[in-house]
Design a protein around this ligand. Structure first.
Ligand code: SF4
Length: 105
């Protein structure tokens, strides 16, 4: 049982989706110290509506590395691109404004 779980983890680690998400987080860190979806004035997470369907606050002070909302957004973007057979962006800046253009995904 434990071995099966390890297998699944390894599979997940190597999946193209996971790789793309990891690369996007790396790329995002090149451009942004704090999460581009973090509203410093109000503490709101501007991705929450897109990802969770309702507004919400950021409880991480904008630290997006490892943020589940940020990861979920990128996973949804991956599905969006691949399901429409679009070319996957290689740079986070090509993705950053999609959150506002698309609305809830
Ligand atoms: S919750 Fe995550 S995605 Fe939202 S603003 Fe904070 S760090 Fe960014």
């Amino acid at each position: 049982m434990v071995e099966i779980e390890h297998e699944e983890e390894r599979h997940e680690e190597e999946s193209p989706k996971k790789k793309w998400v990891t690369n996007m987080v790396k790329s995002a860190k090149k451009y942004h110290k704090l999460c581009p979806y973090y509203d410093k004035k109000t503490g709101q997470c501007l991705l929450m509506v897109t990802v969770e369907g309702k507004p919400g606050r950021c409880d991480r002070d904008g630290r997006f590395d490892g943020c589940p909302v940020f990861i979920k957004f990128l996973e949804k973007m991956y599905e969006y691109y691949t399901s429409r057979r679009k070319v996957l962006p290689r740079d986070f800046q090509d993705v950053v404004n999609q959150a506002y253009l698309m609305g809830p995904i």
